[in-house]
Design a protein around this ligand. Structure first.
Ligand SMILES: [Zn+2]
Length: 67
């Protein structure tokens, strides 16, 4: 029972700063994984879908370019 409790604690600690999902560190460079909304500006990120990005705030949609 005590081991189960400690496992739960570890999982909680793992799901930490969500902000870091938005960035990727490549050497010394910080790469944005998310696109910011051109209408809402900084801090508002577009949600990624399989074929497009969309803003949950203003409804802006940007389609991904097919190769
Ligand atoms: Zn927006």
């Amino acid at each position: 029972m005590s081991t189960e409790a400690s496992e739960k604690l570890q999982k909680k600690n793992k799901a930490n700063p969500q902000v870091w999902k938005f960035y990727k560190i490549d050497g010394t460079k910080l790469i944005y994984l998310k696109r910011e909304c051109p209408r809402c500006g900084k801090g508002v990120f577009l949600a990624e879908h399989s074929d497009r990005f969309s803003c949950g705030k203003c409804g802006f949609t940007q389609f991904k370019r097919s190769k």
